[in-house]
Design a protein. Sequence first.
Length: 156
Amino acid sequence: MKKKKILETEDNENINLALEFGRRVKKIRKDLQLSQRHFAKELGMSGSFLSEIEYGKTRPGFDFFRNIHLKFNVDLYYLLKGTGDPFFIPEDQRPKQKLFSGPDNDIVEKMIWHFKRAPMVRLAVLEFYMKYVYENKEIIDDAIKSSKKVPPAPNE
């Protein structure tokens, strides 16, 4: 009796996963503004098979995942887990986020660029940083405490 309940629970979980997966596939198709027939054709399958996937009645194979990623830039992690953005955006095409705001932003960005690429710059910056923080710890701590909503420092 206990074994049967476990199997029923696993079956229900699998059914729910298949339904959620199908909903994500359908959402992606709708986001792309494609008909089921056209989307299926692009993925190399019949419309009826795509319909079964969207309604959680069947599970797709390797070719489905390969095609949906390569042809439509669908993020497979989103497709499987439901988190993140549905569409994969290559790093070189993502909008650049500013790390800082203020008049010295361009200088900071340039310093980070050099820091990442030149070991000599990295060593010099780290050496200065360690010395400066050590010599001015109290002043820095006071400044941090007096500023608004500052996140905690790493490893504290």
